[in-house]
Write a protein that binds this ligand. Structure first.
Ligand SMILES: [Zn+2]
Length: 674
């Protein structure tokens, strides 16, 4: 599971408010370094660099390991492009060719639109928006593209032209509305032509043994295709599908294995290599088990076909890599929470039979990212909890990380007045400035550590990917959010020294509703419904609680109209917490019993529809503030330094100036699937 920027938004708002209301001196205090975060802006995107603190504290061998792991990640970058859509690599190659060769008028509106379109594609590893799933619509004409293709000797087939310009072809990456055909209407490149949802579901249903307590992750690393009318898998492995890229990945992993920090870590890397060589699902499980257990060392990584959000049926994993360096100080603070994991489970407002008797293997770390690739770049999560297989989590534990330097970049690149625009009153603003950052960090920690790790299924109930189907992701993310929201208002956290006062929880509630009821809507187009799992869970949590609150004579949260603007004001934080507890109890029941209808009621009934008037207002109010709603990230470039004999003596952290420069370099150096 991964967690997107949400708490980061809150922190960003808090800091930026401080910046806009304070003097030059304060501004200096908030930006102690000369580091330049922002690198580019286009469409609805802002590209940021992130710092790599403490890299120089690593020893040479550790730096070498980090270098090899980041190279292994980048070597598979093209896999994500290919997975995202069958035309992506051809389109990228053609557009990059034009971009680098064109020597005509670069001041024209059409060239600028072309450049924006290419950057949008880079941002989303393909032609669909990374968040909305909708196809990017070029703001330049077909004849213009034909002209500049000709002048740069670039070939674009008529078929590819249609894919770029015809809004009815490949209009959506992932279809989540079952009535429209989950597989049929998704253009993600996981299912061959002519395969129906029914066929794909039946294919995997036949593999699952109902009494299997350790089921394999069927379909995680394969496309499903039809050959002579028969369904079969094309497995991602060396010598198989995406083999050219995976060969390179394996080469770098082999180097990494030789400089591993300890034996356990070396075993983990060897298992991963074995998985990429064989495509064997058992090897994937072995890797994940070893990985979950390997908690020593300063360096860790995520590498594989991991998150299943891009598959409308939730089977295939998207290629993703993150290389992590431990942030010891921040992790130490969170150890307190891990030590009390069982207390959280026991005191949760869920039913006794839905609680884990023994919460196992919870680790939580704040790490700094040294490099990301595939599904995690340029758009990145801010927290990750893996492995995804429920039985491995239960039997062998899981690891949960918060990406500290990514969150920092989100926060420090601020410079907005969003908080003052959408907060109801000065008290709320001041609370966010004072406690927003700690509230965000605590929410992330609890969502990952105790949220996803909590609860258990009733006997004989299948995993929620099978019972809750297309609602599994949003229900799971909502469940983890509810656990965090419930405890962020618990006095016990103050007693343990995790937060200074309950005002932290109040700041979190303010921010959560501000975002869920209003601010996040600016990410949508008008008339569009909410689809992305995390956005949707925020909406159904907020709307459900708001509706409940209105049934009371003294509602705990009210909608306020002032000077033609809408605000949501929380009047009773304890009462909100009670609603959170009630909803958590119900959502845990839905998960534990696999209640599809109830999941659908919540996710569709409260989390899908958008009030058009509110939506227009949010877009109007935030447009005036001029802040792109999404952040993308540029990795640092790690450069090995050799002595005169060719021995590695150091690894330097450098940064590129332009986003386009980095994207072109990646395509050139790691374009293994052309
Ligand atoms: Zn999550």
């Amino acid at each position: 599971m991964k967690k997107f920027l949400i708490t980061g938004t809150l922190v960003m708002l808090a800091l930026s408010q401080a910046l806009t209301t304070s003097s030059q001196t304060l501004e200096k205090n908030f930006q102690p370094s000369e580091f330049v975060y922002e690198a580019d802006r286009f469409a609805d995107i802002r590209i940021l660099r992130y710092e790599l603190p403490n890299f120089d504290r690593l020893n040479l061998r550790q730096k070498e390991l980090v270098y090899y792991l980041t190279q292994a990640g980048l070597a598979g970058r093209d896999i994500m492009w290919a997975q995202n859509g069958r035309y992506n690599l051809a389109i990228r190659t053609a557009l990059e060719n034009i971009y680098t060769r064109f020597d005509g008028n670069k001041e024209s509106a059409e060239w600028k639109s072309f450049e924006t379109y290419l950057k949008q594609i880079w941002m989303s590893n393909g032609i669909h928006h990374h968040y909305s799933n909708q196809k990017h619509q070029p703001q330049f004409s077909k004849s213009y593209l034909q002209d500049i293709a000709k002048s740069t000797k670039t070939e674009i087939s008529p078929e590819v032209m249609e894919v770029i310009f015809n809004p009815n072809i490949a209009s959506k990456k992932v279809e989540k509305d079952a009535s429209k055909g989950l597989v049929e209407n998704s253009s993600v490149n996981f299912y061959g032509p002519g395969i129906t949802t029914e066929e794909a579901l039946a294919y995997y249903a036949s593999k699952i043994k109902p009494d299997d307590r350790t089921p394999l992750s069927y379909g995680i690393n394969a496309d499903l295709v039809k050959v002579n009318g028969k369904l079969q898998e094309e497995v991602y492995k060396v010598g198989g599908k995406y083999g050219q890229a995976l060969e390179q990945v394996v080469m770098w992993l082999e180097r990494a294995e030789r400089v591993a920090e300890n034996d356990k870590q070396a075993v983990v890397i060897r298992k991963l290599i074995q998985f990429y060589r064989t495509g064997d699902l058992k090897a994937w499980d072995d890797f994940n088990i070893q990985w979950a257990r390997a908690t020593e060392g300063d360096i860790d990584f995520i590498h594989g076909f991991v998150e299943v959000y891009n598959d409308p049926l939730g089977n295939r994993g998207s290629y993703e890599t993150i290389v992590e360096i431990n942030d010891f100080e921040a992790s130490e603070r969170m150890k307190v929470m891990m030590d009390h994991a069982q207390w959280f489970e026991d005191n949760s407002p869920t039913q006794v039979e839905h609680k884990k008797k023994e919460v196992k293997g919870i680790t939580y770390k704040v790490v700094n990212v040294a490099g990301e690739s595939g599904d995690a770049n340029p758009s990145t999560p801010i927290g990750v909890n893996l492995p995804n297989a429920q039985w491995i989590r239960t039997m062998h534990g899981s690891k949960s990380v918060s990406l500290g330097n990514i969150e920092d970049a989100n926060n420090k690149a601020g410079g907005t007045g969003m908080l003052s625009e959408f907060a109801h009153d000065l008290e709320e603003i001041n609370r966010a400035i004072k406690y927003g950052e700690i509230a965000g960090k605590l929410h992330t920690a609890m969502h990952e550590v105790i949220g996803h790790a909590s609860g258990q299924l009733e006997n004989g109930v299948a995993p929620s990917s099978q019972t809750l189907k297309e609602f599994a992701s949003t229900i799971e993310e909502g469940r983890a959010d509810l656990v965090a929201l419930y405890y962020v208002m618990d006095p016990q956290l103050v007693e343990w020294g995790l937060m200074p006062s309950l005002e932290v929880g109040m700041a979190e509630y303010d921010g959560y509703f501000r975002n869920g009821m209003m601010v996040q809507l600016r990410r949508l187009k008008f008339e569009e419904e909410i689809e992305e799992a995390h956005m949707r869970n925020r909406a159904w949590i907020c709307n459900w609680i708001y509706e409940q609150a209105q049934l009371s004579d003294k509602p705990a949260i009210v909608k306020v109209e002032r000077d033609g603007k809408t605000y949501f004001d929380i009047r009773d934080y304890e009462a909100i917490r009670n609603y959170v507890g009630k909803l958590l109890n119900e959502v845990q029941r839905i998960t534990s019993q696999g209640d599809y209808e109830a999941a659908k009621n919540l996710a569709d009934g409260y989390g899908k529809k958008v009030d058009l008037d509110i939506h227009k207002e949010v877009v109007y109010r935030s447009e005036k503030l001029n802040i792109p709603p999404y952040n993308g990230f540029m990795n640092p470039v790690l450069v090995p330094v050799n002595d005169q004999y060719g021995n590695l003596i150091d690894v330097k952290v450098t940064y590129m100036k332009e986003f386009s420069e980095q994207m072109l370099m990646y395509s050139k150096n790691y374009g293994f699937l052309k």
